[in-house]
Design a protein around this ligand. Structure first.
Ligand code: H2U
Ligand code: ZN
Length: 346
């Protein structure tokens, strides 16, 4: 492809959305603030933290003295299993439907101060197997199981203790439904999975790969909207967590450690992001078109405090970026795999 250094648009085949890429704008002068940055020191245990072991939570329950991961029902759940049916009149303009579901919190480890990149491979494997077992259990009752992590205050995370969430419901979320339609459409047209074919393109071109191992590939996707966005895809024909074997789970822990370490090392901070998994719908439908993957959407652009604002044109028209995905991947690739807090400890 020629002339990608000039303004152009790229299409996200999972969502059908376009993103405007303006590489020449990278050279413009920057007069924005470059604030200095210091991170709060976190203790390894915090007796006032409702996610730490042996602490009482908002609903009066006391957390067990857990040693690896710990899952509990969110005391302020956004979805309830028994919310009543909505009686809505048929109206094309004022539509509503009932929504039953549940919300859980996953503490990644008992340590109040250790985020994913700072956990050992063994501890990360516990996180992965917790995701799998939670998915397995919840997919018995629900069609859409959204596993995610909001990391950092910048992303609205209310508790510093490293944790993720799971929301499960009967309906398909807007994002999952949209990705389902696009992957199914591609499969009908080509007889192959969209993300399976995309992996081939990335392995061929090499320039957007951030990390890879035998079972996983992490790229800054061709159509990335966020500056350092990452798409993590399983290489085998796996459509949801229940199908992951031991080796795939082990390799997932390993690639998670590397991705999140690179992220932290980029601006030497606890790199904020929202990340989450897209599993094929647990509706009993044929999911051959669907490939299990995770999206990482980090807001930071040029320092630990300066984020990309999705405003103006992004809100009213479509996403826009200056830094090309190829350049972002190159920046992430050249970062060390030793976490900045571990420097000099080897
Ligand atoms: P976030 O900060 O990522 O939203 O996650 C913390 C969650 O923990 C939040 O959803 C829940 C909040 O409802 N929580 C409890 O369920 N019990 C508590 O005692 C405190 C926080
Ligand atoms: Zn804690």
């Amino acid at each position: 492809m020629k002339n990608l250094e000039f303004p152009h648009r790229r299409r996200n085949p999972l969502s059908g959305e376009w993103v405007l890429v303006s590489p020449h704008r990278n050279n413009r002068p920057w007069n924005g603030a470059l604030e200095s940055h210091s991170e709060p020191h976190l203790p390894s245990y915090e007796q006032d933290c409702p996610l730490c072991p042996k602490v009482e939570r908002a609903n009066g329950e006391v957390n067990p003295d857990y040693t690896n991961t710990f899952v509990f029902n969110n005391d302020f759940a956004a979805l309830l299993p028994d919310s009543p049916e909505i009686m809505s009149a048929k109206d094309d303009l004022l539509q509503a439907e009932s929504s039953q579901g549940c919300a859980r919190v996953i503490c990644f480890s008992p340590r109040h101060d250790k985020t994913l990149p700072e956990l050992s491979l063994d501890e990360l494997t516990h996180v992965v197997s917790t995701w799998k077992s939670q998915y397995q259990a919840l997919s018995q009752d629900y069609a859409c199981i959204q596993i995610f992590e909001n990391k950092g205050e910048m992303m609205g995370c209310s508790q510093p203790h490293p944790h993720g969430q799971i929301w499960a419901h009967h309906h398909l979320s807007t994002e999952v439904e949209r990705e389902d339609v696009h992957q199914a459409g591609y499969y009908r047209q080509h007889g192959r999975s969209l993300l399976g074919d995309y992996i081939e393109r990335e392995l061929d071109q090499q320039n957007r790969i951030v990390e890879q191992n035998e079972n996983w590939l992490a790229v800054v996707p061709y159509w990335a909207a966020w500056p350092f966005e990452i798409l993590l895809i399983v290489r085998a024909e796996v459509s949801d967590f229940t199908q992951l074997n031991q080796a795939q789970q082990h390799d997932l822990a390993a690639i998670l450690k590397n991705i999140t370490t690179r992220y932290d090392n980029l601006f030497r901070c606890r790199f904020p992001y929202s990340m989450g998994w897209h599993n094929g719908p647990a509706t009993g439908q044929d999911n051959r078109h669907w490939r299990l993957h995770a999206h990482f959407y980090p807001p930071l652009l040029r320092s630990a405090t300066i984020k990309k604002h999705m405003v103006g044109y992004e809100m009213l028209a479509e996403s826009q970026r200056d830094l090309t995905p190829e350049k972002a991947a190159a920046v992430l690739r050249q970062l060390p795999l030793t976490h900045y807090k571990e420097e000099g400890h080897d």
